[in-house]
Design a protein around this ligand. Structure first.
Ligand code: ZN
Length: 150
């Protein structure tokens, strides 16, 4: 059996850690699948999916690391509208496209996570939670949750 679900929401800000764990647990429970997998997949080029610990210090540490590794205030070709010609879907609000740092960050992070289902439950470790991490500003977001097994 394969069940395709979606989680749709509006993110709040850059580097928001949205915890999807409980919603996905509920979706897995409703399928009654005992053994299989759940695939959690971001439909975006600036939204990452990561399994990690829920702890405020980690979020702060990650923000500080990203500020050092991928600063937002440096030059990005993607943001240079004097040379860029591709994928300018937001002509009326061009600043919405100026997210070179968001794409670069996403390329260093997972776009999906796959979690085993064993005896009807996701086999997450004690501290593991499933996060959608916003790498852009406030955005409408869609995450696919594909649950398969028997
Ligand atoms: Zn972009």
């Amino acid at each position: 059996m394969i069940k395709n679900n979606k989680i749709e929401y509006t993110s709040q800000e850059y580097l928001e850690f949205k915890d999807l764990t409980e919603e996905i647990e509920q979706q897995v429970k409703e399928t009654k699948i005992q053994n299989g997998y759940v695939l959690v997949y971001s439909c975006h080029t600036t939204l990452a999916i990561c399994v990690n610990e829920k702890e405020k210090g980690i979020v702060k540490d990650f923000k500080s690391l990203m500020d050092k590794m991928i600063p937002r205030d440096i030059y990005y070709c993607h943001n240079d509208l004097t040379v860029r010609t591709e994928n300018l879907v937001c002509q009326s609000a061009k600043s919405d496209c100026l997210n070179g740092h968001s794409h670069c960050t996403h390329m260093l992070m997972p776009n999906s996570e796959m979690i085993p289902i064993i005896e009807g439950k996701m086999a997450l470790g004690t501290w593991q939670r499933i996060f959608a991490i916003e790498l852009d500003c406030e955005r409408k977001r869609t995450v696919i949750v594909q649950i398969s097994g028997e």
